[in-house]
Design a binder for this molecule. Structure first.
Ligand code: HEC
Length: 109
């Protein structure tokens, strides 16, 4: 019985971890392809104050997955909408990546 539980736990670790890792990889790739043009290294070349660093995200109430998926889906002012270019799971992945990078102060990984 104990062995079975250990085996099950192992199986969960093995199956869950790569999925998680590839999500982060996907978010990063989507960002490089679609966002880095304006938001290189977490900045904003169009509107400097609307960057992707933690302080600005907080100030502009953009520090949640919901807020970021919202602006990416529908766009805002000079930021284009991505609802016709990215699928919902891709938008989720890139929003997760942005929040993670903000936590890391956009230091290279
Ligand atoms: C053509 C340039 C451009 C591209 C490409 C672009 N953005 Fe933006 N982004 C902007 C501008 C301009 C704003 C400021 C919008 C406003 O509030 O007026 C902004 C704002 C944001 C904000 C809110 C930041 C804050 O501090 O208020 C987030 C989050 C964001 N963009 C994420 C993304 C993501 C993720 C992508 C790629 C899927 C992306 N952007 C692609 C120009 C761009």
């Amino acid at each position: 019985m104990k062995r079975l539980i250990i085996l099950l736990l192992l199986l969960i670790v093995i199956t869950v971890q790569p999925a998680y890792a590839s999500d982060i990889g996907a978010g990063s790739k989507i960002f490089e392809a679609n966002c880095a043009g304006c938001h290189i290294n977490g900045g904003n070349i169009v509107r400097r104050g609307k960057n992707l660093f933690k302080k600005a995200l907080k100030r502009n109430q953009m520090d949640s997955i919901e807020a970021i998926t919202g602006i990416v889906t529908n766009g805002k002012n000079n930021m284009p909408a991505y609802k016709d270019r990215l699928a919902a799971p891709e938008i989720d992945a890139v929003a997760t990546y942005v929040l993670q990078q903000a936590e890391n102060n956009w230091r290279p990984q």
